[in-house]
Design a protein around this ligand. Structure first.
Ligand code: EPU
Length: 315
């Protein structure tokens, strides 16, 4: 986009919208990996009304739009993103457990905890999953045998290409392990879940067990996007990478974790390019040792959008 076009767009957004607006915002501040170049524009709508105002403006400007949740499961390239990042964490994070309703920008962990307090069972697995509900739905995030689509009923959102409201029942969406058929042009706004009545104490015990296992088996004190690769059918990517001798392997200051081999940790001062080289090295080693091609779970964002779009993984 040329500078005058950019200025016109910025003026219009500032005039009509109430949310926070930033120019050349480094996406390293908005991803759990702590990596990535700047987004031309970064907008946090103040609420759903504000979102409904900004989307037609962005659509008219014909700019690539990237929905971003908690920035987990995401690797932004060093060149950043030539478009607008739309982030719902500030203006669409309400949770109404009694109505089984949750907005897309809500934290998955907070939703899980509120379900526990209200004695709703079925979302325990979310207690240790970072990121937002929108991202969890998009990539059917899961852990400990549970996944987001298990208890999902419906979602509502906006089509970023047409600006129209759209709603889908679970039956309208194809989903599988860490995969959904949702278009990258669809911005999830809220969702309903069907959760059964349960005992808050029992739910709490299950969650405590999950969190403690997570603490010992994953490098939670380091910056990472979560698991890098999807588990191939019937096996674990972490196990395969470990057996291929990749633990501790590094490029620049990104390293295959010694705690869990399907995590890459940012030790500080590394780049997205380093991570991509390390992903290549690990993929090649696993291919050589096991004859299995690992597929990234992490969403790779390039200058013009999601590069591994067919994956539709969690954000
Ligand atoms: N293992 C090793 N070495 C390692 C890592 C794992 O030998 O470095 C072995 C473990 O000992 C275990 C097996 O591999 O026998 C499976 O490991 P784990 O139980 O940690 O499960 P995982 O399949 O590696 C999955 C999800 C995690 C989720 C955990 C717990 C994927 C790619 N990973 O990990 O999700 O937290 O189960 O439910 O589906 C994520 O999606 O970002 C993620 C971290």
């Amino acid at each position: 986009m040329s500078e005058p076009q950019n200025d016109k767009l910025i003026r219009k957004i500032k005039e009509k919208c109430r949310g926070q607006f930033r120019i050349n915002e480094s996406l390293s501040k908005h991803t759990t990996f702590g990596l990535g170049g700047p987004a031309d524009l970064f907008f946090l709508p103040a609420d759903l009304e504000d979102l409904a105002t900004v989307v037609p403006i962005l659509k008219d400007a014909d700019l690539p739009i990237l929905p971003l949740g908690g920035g987990t499961n995401t690797l932004v390239r060093d060149a950043g993103f030539r478009g607008v990042v739309l982030c719902l964490t500030a203006g669409a994070h309400n949770i109404a457990v009694s109505e089984n309703l949750v907005q897309a920008g809500a934290s998955t962990q907070v939703f899980s905890r509120q379900c526990q307090r209200a004695g709703k069972t079925g979302f325990e697995f979310g207690c240790g999953i970072p990121g937002t509900i929108g991202g969890a739905i998009r990539g059917n995030a899961g852990a400990w045998g549970g996944e987001t689509f298990d208890n999902l009923i419906s979602i509502r959102g906006l089509n970023l290409k047409t600006g129209n409201d759209e709603a889908y029942k679970k039956a309208d969406i194809t989903f599988a392990y860490r995969r959904t058929s949702l278009s990258p042009d669809f911005l999830i706004v809220d969702a309903t879940f069907q959760l059964d009545e349960g005992n808050p104490e029992t739910i709490q015990e299950t969650m405590a067990q999950m969190l403690s296992e997570r603490k010992t088996s994953q490098p939670l004190s380091n910056r990472s996007p979560g698991c890098i690769f999807k588990n191939p059918p019937g096996t674990s990517a972490g196990l395969l990478i470990d057996q291929a001798g990749c633990k501790g392997l590094s490029v620049g200051a990104v390293q295959v974790s010694d705690v869990h081999a399907n995590f890459m940790i940012n030790l500080g001062g590394t780049s997205a390019d380093d991570v991509l080289s390390l992903i290549d090295q690990v993929t090649q080693r696993v291919q050589k040792v096991h004859n299995i091609t690992l597929e990234p779970e992490v969403r790779i964002i390039g200058e013009y959008g999601i590069e591994n779009k067919t994956l539709e993984t969690a954000s």
